[in-house]
Design a protein around this ligand. Structure first.
Ligand code: ADP
Ligand code: ZN
Ligand code: ZN
Length: 667
């Protein structure tokens, strides 16, 4: 007797389709299994989401499924529910959410790669000794936190608020040990913002749990590796899965604990396609499975902090650094109006660098701007190096002798002369990491200086090599972008200099100050971790700004409290729920016109629909971009509206490319 398989496929619009399948007794397919089907002129792999006796599709239009992947255990109903929730919440088709989360090799017509990976996995010995080795004694605050996590029952969201260097990792590991030791199937998902920046964590886990299979899931893996690790998690054999945001959609049949390290980090938000928040999905997943989830940070997101304040999350605190005698560094502001910088460095900072060099200690300079200078200009006629395709400047990259647009990757040689007036004296304006590096070399010719940013670490493995050199003590002064601000435990680092943080103070993005504060606390947190006396010097023209005062006092609580109050007054998240409709077209007017029709297509009082506006960076790669913000103080009201609205938007005939983002981070 033939049956009908309902299969979710990765397609933009309608994504669930009916196929016929023989369904012979004894070999019936199962919901959650993968199947190969003809789709248009190609073949595609999808996941079976339902099996029915009949279809509404006319018999002659109904196609046969080609194969069911019987060798692979079905994805669990919980996994399908997670995908369905994400699809509903972010208003995307189910197949588009479910399928891209699976390894590419699983989505091929051929099963050669799958069969090979299964064989390889079968040969791997299961090692069922979860006992950890070399566990250091925890301090009382760590002990309390680890026991609270390890002993939590049912759905328990825990905010681990611990200052930088307070030993959060150790808390995670010992809580993991408790869970693994108690439950012989238990799987744990540990998420980190960027795996390349936290290789120490992977090494720590391996060393601590030598008898436990660890799978890693991140974009740096080859397809073969990804398949193997994904399968190890899917079969329940990998007891610990360490991954970046994409790991949130992995199949983990025995998931018992989720850890989100640096939960405030914007990398947990996917910024294209399905714009999901891995942190938010993780909380949903924990609730669905009735398991604990730990959100760890020295500077929690205001969303999570708010939940802790209102009692929805339980707060665990680590107020002290873990290493004996390690204290938080002293933070000082240097007034750039009085101490005029030379090569971007004030004399106070230069003197501090010199004293570190004399003592053989390391320094870190933080400047969140790569390249040599953000723009070059002609002083004779006022020409500046604008990108021809974007509303942005072309950035000077001196070592490569090129101008580059960081938005559309347009590149060109540095012009010999001004394109408008012929003046040959073109000047760089402002300063990026390359220029600071150059200035430092001139000031300290003997020092070993290393720059770490997206340009210096383009080659695979080069970031790792650079960080290793710092750890080995082969670098005196490290200069870098936000890449150097996070996570690393540099033992010999006693000075952090922050070069140009002021611009974020006046950004029109209401989240800019939250982000700047977190960034400054994180980068300051790199200093003095091994007990050496250390300091952080922030160069600013606005030394009286309250944000800097809070950084100086290491006072996240107060800062977060004030910011929440401001957000409350201004009716902004987390007190408001938002969705952003974006539109792109060759002409701005077209994009705006589309958004205007979108605004009017579904009149409602349940939500506030704002007027369309051009995006701050309006033009990128010859496309103009505009946006429209929808808000409500009720999440259900917003969701109800969006569901109906998206259907109408899909029905609108337009050549404009549009996308909807729920809970947008950048507005
Ligand atoms: P965080 O993630 O909170 O910034 P880490 O987990 O990197 O901090 O820990 C900072 C340092 O403290 C590490 O070098 C770690 O080995 C050390 N550490 C953690 N817990 C303890 C402890 N209980 N006793 C001694 N050292 C510890
Ligand atoms: Zn000119
Ligand atoms: Zn450009």
């Amino acid at each position: 007797m033939a049956c009908i398989l309902q299969i979710a496929l990765d397609t933009p619009l309608d994504s669930v389709f009916d196929y016929r399948w023989p369904c012979e007794p004894g070999s019936e397919p199962l919901v959650g299994q993968l199947a190969l089907v003809p789709f248009g002129r190609r073949e595609a792999v999808g996941v079976i989401v339902a099996i029915k006796a009949s279809s509404e599709v006319p018999e002659d239009k109904l196609k046969d499924a080609l194969a069911v992947r019987g060798q692979l255990a079905p994805l669990s109903p919980q996994w399908l529910a997670l995908a369905r929730f994400a699809a509903d919440y972010y208003h995307r088709p189910l197949g588009e959410v479910a399928m891209p989360g699976l390894p590419k090799n699983l989505r091929l017509a051929s099963t050669v790669a799958l069969d090979r990976a299964l064989k390889k996995l079968a040969k791997l010995a299961d090692d069922h000794d979860p006992a950890p080795v070399d566990m250091p004694a925890l301090n009382p605050a760590q002990r309390q936190a680890a026991d609270a996590i390890g002993g939590a029952q049912g759905f328990a969201p825990l905010l681990l608020y611990g200052v930088t260097g307070s030993g959060k990792t150790e808390v995670y590991l010992q809580a993991c040990a408790q869970v693994l030791g108690r439950d012989h199937d238990a799987q744990i998902l540990i998420m980190v913002p960027e795996i390349n920046l936290t290789p120490q964590l992977e090494a720590n886990i391996r060393a601590r749990f030598p008898g436990v299979m660890l799978a890693t899931l991140h974009s740096g893996l080859s397809e073969g590796e990804r398949m193997l690790h994904w399968l190890a998690a899917h079969q329940g054999r990998a007891r610990i899965v360490l991954g970046t945001r994409l790991a949130i959609l992995s199949s983990l049949p025995h998931l018992k604990l989720i850890v989100i390290d640096e939960e405030h980090d914007p990398s947990y938000k996917q910024q294209e396609g399905l714009r999901y928040s891995a942190r938010d999905l993780a909380v949903w997943r924990a609730r669905q499975l009735a398991i604990p989830i730990v959100l760890g940070s020295a500077t929690p997101s205001l969303e999570s902090w708010h939940h802790a304040q209102t009692g929805r999350y339980r707060r665990l605190e680590l107020r002290e650094r873990a290493v004996r005698d390690a204290v938080l560094p002293r933070v000082k502001l240097i007034d750039m109006e009085r101490d005029k910088p030379k090569e971007g460095l004030t004399s106070t900072l230069i003197a501090a660098l010199r004293s570190r060099l004399e003592r053989g200690e390391q320094s870190l300079l933080f400047l969140n701007r790569r390249g040599y200078a953000p723009v070059i200009c002609c002083e004779a006629c006022g020409w500046i190096s604008d990108c021809t395709r974007c509303s942005a400047h072309m950035v000077l990259h001196r070592p490569e002798r090129r101008l580059r647009c960081h938005h559309c990757s347009l590149e060109m040689r540095i012009p010999h002369a001004c394109p408008t007036c012929g003046n040959i004296d073109l000047q760089p304006l402002g300063r990026g990491t390359q220029r600071v590096e150059e200035g430092l070399s001139a000031l300290f010719p003997q020092a070993r200086i290393l720059r770490i940013d997206a340009d210096s670490t383009r080659l695979k493995g080069s970031a790792q090599a650079a960080f290793d050199a710092v750890h080995r003590g082969e670098v005196d002064i490290l200069i870098g972008t936000q890449m150097v601000a996070k996570g690393h435990d540099f033992k010999k680092l006693t000075l952090v200099g922050v070069l140009n943080p002021d611009t974020a103070l006046f950004s029109q993005d209401y989240r800019a100050s939250e982000r700047l504060f977190a960034q400054l606390m994180q980068v300051a947190g790199r200093a003095g971790r091994a007990g050496l006396e250390s300091e952080v010097l922030i160069q600013s023209r606005y030394c009286q700004h309250p944000l800097y005062g809070a950084v100086m006092r290491h006072d996240y609580d107060r800062f977060a409290g004030d910011l929440l109050e401001e957000r409350h007054q201004a009716a902004l998240p987390p007190f408001m729920y938002q969705a952003l409709l974006r539109a792109e077209a060759p002409e701005l007017a077209t994009a705006i016109a589309f958004l205007e029709s979108a605004r009017d297509v579904l009149p409602t009082d349940a939500v506030v629909i704002n007027d369309p506006i051009p995006m701050t960076m309006t033009r990128v790669h010859n496309v103009d971009r505009a946006q429209l913000l929808v808000e409500s103080n009720s999440r259900p009201a917003l969701q109800t509206f969006l569901t109906a609205w998206v259907d109408l938007l899909r029905a609108m005939k337009t050549r404009v490319r549009w996308s909807l983002e729920v809970d947008p981070l950048d507005i």
